[in-house]
Design a binder for this molecule. Structure first.
Ligand SMILES: Nc1nc2c(ncn2[C@@H]2O[C@H](COP(=O)(O)OP(=O)(O)OP(=O)(O)O)[C@@H](O)[C@H]2O)c(=O)[nH]1
Length: 550
């Protein structure tokens, strides 16, 4: 049976085969650039053409296992460089350079070079296959208390989790072996064994050799019991009666931390085969990759794809990578996207130029697949964390007021460009003042978090949810008509109304009112917010707990 690693291996082999097939053509390009230059040695355009071809060869050959060829191309590239700087080519030296390079390229075309047999790096050995993304997150709830099990299950299910109940820790290992859950919620102690929950989790970790995020629940608030959970590598500890909203929060936070992949990476490189090689490696590590071969499209591509990291080559035909980073950095919204040069440039001066132009890092080609993945992950992760701090609302974790406004503006532009529909919903909690007054501000905050999470869970990943103000939320539905958005949001409205909210002095239910506007009803983001807001007020005036189309 084919494993995911076999599949990656096959893809990389296929790309290597394409490189090999194109190699003679690339060598011919170098030879003809060389001959053009020989006929017109003072033409700086021709000098740069030859340099670019050699530079690309130096970077790509090593990547596909032709290490000696890559090294050799780099030697020729560095011999050419001082001439490029001064614009002068000493005739005799150039003639010697020309003879040697031509002879070497002919040998490569004939397959006579020291690395006629490529020894590609085996990227597949370094990468772990990724688990496919599952929409419904699975929780195993190991609990003997039927009443508590019922309360936890029904709340978690409201938030889109699939909950499977397991009556005793001894049944857990078999269940995990059959279907691995995203998280486990387990009682620390069982009547027949005080430590059964903690012990089973430790045993499972040894058996499976991987960690499943685990939260313990217990009647005991003591230091000793908590320590038992710590020693079983528990990620959370809740005492009974369990605060289900807090438990859901903790599970969400744990699962967000686990899924650190999925970063959006844009690769800008005119060398199609090399770019595909890197994209295959990154995709296999769970990232979303957008390949851009034409630098002139960069701003539209960034606005569409919203990369969390840009990898680019320094030498491209239309403009240099350094110029391109300056162009990207001119736009205020893109000053903080990490830009990493992936290039065979070895000249520290040029590397410094790149850093001055706003690059964050420099990865020298050829690069090991494992190194590429870890450099990308660490930079993209930091960017995501910083963005989250700047753009997210502290209470709900949703986009804050300015971020959702900015996002609506860019989504509207994009929708107009692609002639696709878009809807905007404004949502406002009903009689929220009364909830704060009756149950306290803390309980009010809990309700806000509950709605935030429900919206995130029930809507599509592509829908964008923000906290517009106090108890007001906004949802952008890209590619969706207002009528369709109303149908989807109405399901959320009904589900929200069914959730029972808990406070120290009792349980209660909350509803919301909403208004939905359509892209065609306004020309900019501010105006569209106003249209949706006015529709929301109609819902309030006509009895609340309803949705009105503008
Ligand atoms: N707990 C909490 N309350 C907030 C927050 N932001 C705003 N509020 C409260 O939300 C309430 C909004 O009340 P109103 O604007 O009078 O509206 P309402 O009571 O929801 O009534 P309708 O909107 O007419 O259904 C105020 O009491 C605010 O103090 C917050 O971050 N946390």
């Amino acid at each position: 049976m084919n494993t995911p690693n076999d599949a990656l291996h096959e893809k990389l082999r296929a790309l290597e085969a394409i490189f090999l097939q194109k190699l003679p053509g690339k060598c011919e390009e170098i030879v003809s650039a060389l001959e053009n230059l020989a006929s017109c040695p003072d033409d700086t355009g021709l000098q740069h053409d030859l340099h670019r071809y050699l530079h690309t060869m130096a970077g790509s050959a090593g990547t596909f296992g032709f290490e000696a060829l890559g090294r050799q191309a780099r030697v020729y590239e560095s011999r050419l460089k001082p001439w490029l700087k001064d614009g002068v080519m000493p005739a005799q030296e150039f003639e010697q350079f020309r003879q040697q390079l031509r002879q070497y390229m002919r040998a490569v075309i004939a397959g006579d070079t020291p690395d006629a047999v490529p020894q590609p790096e085996d990227a597949s050995d370094m990468l772990q296959p990724q688990e496919p993304v599952r929409e419904n997150r699975l929780i195993y709830l190991v609990d003997q208390d039927a009443e508590q099990q019922q309360a936890i299950s029904s709340q978690l299910e409201h938030f889109g989790f699939e909950v499977v109940w397991i009556a005793h820790p001894r049944e857990l290992a078999r269940a995990v072996g059959t279907r691995r859950p995203d998280a486990i919620v387990i009682e620390l102690s069982f009547p027949d064994d005080q430590h059964a929950g903690a012990e089973e989790i430790r045993r499972l970790e040894q058996l499976q050799r991987f960690r499943i995020p685990t939260i313990f629940i217990s009647a005991s608030p003591t230091f000793a019991s908590r320590m038992l959970a710590v020693r079983a590598h528990g990620d959370g500890y809740f005492t009974k009666p369990v605060d289900v909203v807090g438990l859901t929060d903790r599970i969400e936070a744990l699962l967000r931390r686990e899924s650190h992949t999925g970063y959006r990476v844009m690769i800008i490189d005119d060398d199609v085969v090399t770019a595909r090689y890197y994209s295959t490696v990154l995709r296999n590590a769970g990232m979303e990759v957008h390949l851009l071969h034409d630098p002139a499209q960069v701003l539209a591509a960034i606005s569409d794809f919203r990369p969390e990291l840009i990898l680019m080559d320094i030498y491209m035909p239309v403009c240099s990578g350094i110029e391109l980073s300056k162009l990207i950095r001119q736009d205020n919204s893109y000053v903080d996207i990490p830009i990493v040069f992936l290039s065979s440039e070895v000249d520290p001066e040029r590397q410094l130029d790149a850093v001055r132009a706003g690059a964050d890092d420099f990865i020298a080609k050829p690069v090991r697949a494992e190194y590429l993945v870890s450099s990308v992950v660490s930079r993209a992760e930091r960017y995501r964390t910083l963005r989250a701090l700047i753009m997210r609302d502290g209470l709900t974790g949703l986009l804050n007021h300015s971020a959702i406004k900015e996002r609506l503006q860019s989504e509207m532009l994009q929708a107009k460009r692609h002639r696709s529909p878009l809807a905007l919903a404004m949502i406002d909690l009903d009689s929220f003042k009364k909830i704060n007054d009756s149950y306290g501000h803390g309980t009010g905050d809990q309700v806000l978090r509950t709605l935030a999470r429900l919206l995130q869970q029930r809507l599509r990943r592509t829908d964008i949810v923000g906290r517009y103000g106090g108890e007001e939320f906004a949802v952008i539905f890209p590619d969706t008509s207002a009528v369709k958005a109303r149908a989807v949001l109405d399901e959320v409205r009904q589900a929200f109304g069914r959730i029972s909210q808990h406070a120290e002095n009792g349980s209660f239910h909350v509803t919301f009112s909403a208004g939905i506007a359509d892209l065609g009803q306004a020309s900019d983001a501010d105006a569209l917010f106003e249209v949706a807001d006015a529709a929301m007020y109609v819902s309030k005036q006509t009895g609340r707990n309803r949705i009105t189309l503008a």
